[in-house]
Design a protein around this ligand. Structure first.
Ligand code: SF4
Ligand code: SF4
Length: 359
């Protein structure tokens, strides 16, 4: 049996449905070191697990001492053409497009495991592997850079010059010294569109994200009260944020995924804030089950809905907030109530504000 090659691994990855695949060498890549500085600046917010695992994240050899290569795959998930990327109607919720379909962890874990099984079956040499889908202390984007999948843009996403940045990463750490790809070249140039478009100023400098200000963090990972100055900039976002990717010129004519897993599930394609809020907890749970939205938990989703309703000022949504229902216990959580009161206060202020043009 011939030795397992990078080319063979990539061919198998393509057969399994991965859109991109490259190989990074294991090494002391300079970019891996920035995480400590980033944590030191406090940018991780409540994500304490990042600091807890900082040593593991410094080098994949902490996870697999025999590691020589990191295979990085990319899976396109965007199903919305550039022409269909319109602002939500007043009263509608915004959900990051990666979360509209099936939970990528489940889908990609099966695929990456199949890739690993094939490698073990085809390699004449003994090998060790560990495969991960966003579930391990691995700095995937650094390895994606060295695997030639693209470069880390000023918006901190991996950008591929051909396909843009709407793709998931999944990695295999491997003990074989597979032939590496060439590092991706930075294509941002003088562009600053993502930095300019960010509603909260979370991109504090090119290539540096203060997660505490980022809507992707605030709507998902942040479990407590949302700081008041960041509530209005949240707009209608109830889970994640796509703004800094949507404005990127490399996503101007994105390749659309044909994978049915990523199509918006019924009820998640532009849902109205009122309709979402009026769901009982069981109904809301049933809606998000099997999607990435479960990560925010019901209480987080309720909190985000309250803020979005406060921002939208949609009469139906505000009325929904005031409609009691014993089957909505998450709406009675004290932390959620604080945001409901804020939303109602926003509505009161809107009503009391003098009409435009008055003196
Ligand atoms: S995801 Fe949204 S909030 Fe976060 S950096 Fe990008 S534009 Fe800003
Ligand atoms: S919007 Fe411009 S600066 Fe930002 S990641 Fe894309 S190319 Fe780079």
């Amino acid at each position: 049996m011939p030795a397992l090659t990078s080319a063979r691994v990539k061919a198998r990855a393509a057969e399994l449905g991965f859109d991109l695949c490259g190989v990074a060498p294991v090494g002391d890549h300079a970019e891996l070191g920035f995480l400590r500085e980033w944590l030191h600046r406090g940018y991780a917010g409540e994500m304490a697990w990042l600091a807890d695992s900082v040593d593991l994240r410094a080098d994949v050899r902490a996870l697999l001492p025999a590691a020589r290569s990191v295979i990085v795959t990319g899976s396109l998930y965007n199903t919305i053409p550039a022409s269909g990327d319109v602002p939500p109607a007043p009263g509608d919720a915004r959900i990051a497009r990666y979360a509209l379909g099936d939970d990528y962890h489940d889908v990609l874990r099966a695929r990456i495991n199949a890739l690993v099984d094939g490698m073990h079956a085809e390699s004449p040499d003994p090998l060790e592997t560990r495969a991960f889908v966003d579930s391990a202390p691995v700095q995937e984007r650094v390895y994606a850079l060295y695997a030639g999948l693209g470069w880390v843009g000023k918006n901190t996403c991996i950008i591929n010059p051909e396909v843009g940045s709407w793709f998931f990463l999944a990695v295999v750490i491997c003990s074989l010294p597979l032939e590496p790809d060439t590092q991706g070249l930075d294509g941002c140039g003088t562009c600053t569109r993502c930095i300019d478009a960010c509603p909260t100023g979370a991109l504090v400098e090119p290539y540096v994200l203060d997660a505490r200000r980022c809507l992707s963090y605030l709507t998902i990972e942040h479990r407590s009260v949302v700081p008041e100055p960041l509530r209005v900039p949240m707009g209608a976002h109830i889970y994640g944020c796509d703004i800094c990717q949507a404005v990127c010129p490399y996503n101007g004519a994105p390749l659309l995924s044909q994978d049915a897993h990523w199509r918006a599930r019924p009820g998640l394609d532009s849902p109205s804030l009122a309709e979402l809020w009026l769901r009982t907890d069981d109904e809301l749970h049933a809606l998000v089950k099997g999607t990435a939205l479960t990560r925010a938990r019901l209480i987080g989703l309720r909190r985000n809905l309250a803020i979005a309703i406060g921002n939208a000022g949609d009469p139906d949504a505000v009325a929904a907030l005031c409609t009691p229902n014993d089957d909505r216990p998450s709406a009675e959580d004290p932390m959620v109530r604080e945001h409901v009161e804020w939303a109602l206060d926003q509505q009161r202020r809107r009503r009391e504000a003098p009409p435009h043009g008055s003196v």
